[in-house]
Design a protein around this ligand. Structure first.
Ligand code: SF4
Length: 315
């Protein structure tokens, strides 16, 4: 059921809520990102393409304030309001749209989602910063826990996912399945800051993975994409120290223009520095580096999945 706080944020009101704030949405700005509130036509989307082994994708938000410079989701940005799709792509990370009716849409679903494979989320991060204010992802999990028995994979770069450990356990206790995929792309904070400027640090993400394992939640560490790694052996030791036993790796894809506007030069610059080469040699040098690190991962990590095959449903 929708919690009182969510009711307040998504059009309802609570008895103890001041009259003047009832029915008001949440903040319109958070940090560097503008926040808009729009109704969605649907909350479950038929999974296609890379995720076609799932039944549905579930995205509580459009856009993502983490703003990773390489985010492929940016390239699916659609025109909205006065902005064209290209403008939205070029300002990826600076805007978020909240699907304000998401919980209602899921509550209205009559057909059970039992044994249904759901991937949350494919084009946003369900635990990006605005989630702390709105608890929208949490509200969707509450509906899933109370009414359905889904097979759910949650994908995030945020340690905030630990907040919902009880709900994941509730879904499993009711007969559903849950795996949390936490993305860790490098052991090098310089690289992390260049590519994932507003994401939490590697150390915090690994700490969250350890906590999830402690809560008994099935957890997978996804190195997707794997960025340059400072010390592959130490990186593997840190991954294993979390207690996680499932891992996925895939390479960074260099396709010209596949960087959000204005970030390509900075990203190539740091790659050239870290890979000790000129910018033109970066793609070739990166591939050599990737193959070396991947071989170390293959030799030490049990259950290492790779590429699309690695992302197939774990249930
Ligand atoms: S966290 Fe995921 S959805 Fe958000 S910007 Fe980064 S890659 Fe894109």
């Amino acid at each position: 059921m929708t919690s009182p706080r969510q009711l307040a944020l998504f059009g309802g009101s609570t008895p103890d809520q001041p009259e003047e704030t009832r029915g008001q949405p949440g903040p319109t700005r958070l940090g560097h990102a503008s926040i808009d509130y729009k109704p969605a036509r649907a909350i479950l989307t038929k999974a296609t393409g890379f995720m076609d082994a799932y039944d549905f994708t579930l995205n509580p938000y459009s856009g993502c304030a983490f703003g990773c410079t390489y985010c492929y989701a940016a390239f699916f940005s659609r025109a909205s309001g006065s902005m064209t799709g290209a403008e939205r792509r070029d300002t990826w990370g600076a805007w978020v749209e909240v699907k304000e009716n998401a919980i209602k849409l899921l509550e209205r679903r009559r057909k059970p989602l039992d044994d249904t494979l759901i991937y949350m989320s494919s084009v946003t991060d369900p635990y990006q910063p605005i989630e702390r204010k709105l608890n929208l992802t949490q509200g969707l999990l509450e509906v899933l826990a109370k009414r359905h028995r889904p097979k759910l994979v949650v994908q995030t770069r945020s340690p905030d996912v630990v907040r919902d450990a009880d709900l994941f356990r509730e879904i499993v206790a009711n007969g559903g399945r849950v795996q949390v995929n936490l993305t860790v792309t490098t052991d090098d904070e310089d690289v992390r800051r260049a590519f994932e400027p507003t994401c939490p640090s590697n150390a915090k993400r690994l700490g969250a993975a350890r906590e999830l394992v402690g809560h008994g939640i099935a957890t997978c560490l996804t190195m997707t994409p794997l960025l340059p790694v400072e010390n592959a052996e130490r990186f593997v030791d840190d991954l294993l120290a979390t207690g996680v036993q499932n891992f996925i790796v895939q390479p960074f894809h260099f396709q010209s223009g596949k960087f959000i506007a204005g970030t390509r030069d900075a990203a190539l610059g740091i790659l050239a520095t870290k890979l000790d080469c000129g910018q033109r040699s970066v793609p070739g040098r990166y591939l050599e580096h990737y193959n070396r690190v991947r071989d170390t991962l293959r030799s030490k990590l049990p259950g290492l999945g790779e590429g699309k095959d690695g992302f197939k449903p774990p249930f």
